[in-house]
Design a protein around this ligand. Structure first.
Ligand code: AMP
Length: 249
């Protein structure tokens, strides 16, 4: 079976982003960009399926500007077989990405699409769900385990109070949670090998998708700085402060 893993280029999780002076967004000029961490987990899951003989081919798909090719190369270095970049300079919101991915899926006909549960830049947690709705496919979000057997995917999800297990008929959409796996380190030989793997470049126009934004960002603000904490001498002093200063007890 063919598996698609969706990968987004985002600001690296170690970067402390700054709000732009005009409050239109955060400044991503000259900051380190990386693959969205949940997408690394999605690619790792897909590659493990290939290594176990469950998947025959793993295709990494990214939508975004030309440098998203670097993100695809990382996916190829983890072990994906080929990449597809839907290249556009348009600002992509989750619905637009879901439409682009659905067009790629209709063309590629995978049995499974794995996405991250959320992109750490917009924190939308929407793309996988919208993709499932557009395709009319079953979906399981926040997977912490995936087993493929006989045309079905058995998905474990960590929910309040325990584990939920869902069985989906393939083809299906799954989004990856943190504990699904620990992505491997990308080795230099695999980075070199990845340079030779094919990456197809498509555009929203060739896919017949208008990636227009449906939402307008009015203003982006930094969170207010937290007041520094203090140390108290003993429990009595703590109780006194809680009672008389914070007035919470
Ligand atoms: P979001 O709904 O924005 O939180 O993103 C959820 C997941 O959708 C991400 O973890 C990716 O797997 C996928 N995704 C979002 N945006 C893109 C994109 N531009 N290209 C490829 N995949 C994406």
């Amino acid at each position: 079976m063919k598996v698609i893993a969706a990968v987004k280029r985002v600001v690296d999780y170690n970067v402390n982003v700054r709000v732009k002076a005009d409050q239109s967004g955060v400044d991503i000029g000259n900051v380190k960009m990386s693959m969205n961490p949940f997408d690394e987990i999605a690619v790792e899951a897909a590659v493990r399926m290939k290594e176990q003989g469950v998947a025959a081919e793993v295709v990494a798909v990214s939508c975004g500007t030309a440098p998203s090719q670097e993100t695809l190369r990382t996916a190829l270095a983890i072990g994906a077989d080929r990449g597809v970049l839907v290249q556009t300079d348009a600002v992509l919101q989750p619905l637009a990405v879901a439409k682009l991915l659905s067009a790629v899926v209709r063309h590629e006909q995978p049995a499974l699409v794995i996405l991250g549960k959320q992109a750490i830049d917009d924190d939308a947690c929407q793309t996988g769900q919208m993709l499932a709705a557009l395709l009319g496919w079953p979906q399981a979000t926040n997977a912490s385990a995936i087993e493929i057997d006989n045309g079905t995917a058995r998905i474990t999800r960590e929910v309040d109070g325990g584990l939920e297990v869902l069985e989906l008929t393939l083809p299906a959409i799954v989004t990856a949670d943190l504990r699904l796996n620990e992505p491997r380190y990308v080795t230099l030989p695999n980075i070199m090998k990845a340079k030779k793997k094919p990456v197809d470049i498509l555009t929203p126009e060739t896919l017949g998708v208008d990636p227009v934004s449906r939402l307008e960002t009015l203003r982006v603000e930094s969170p207010t700085a937290r007041a520094p904490g203090i140390q108290v001498a003993d429990v009595a002093a703590l109780v006194d402060k809680l009672k008389n200063e914070a007035k919470v007890i």
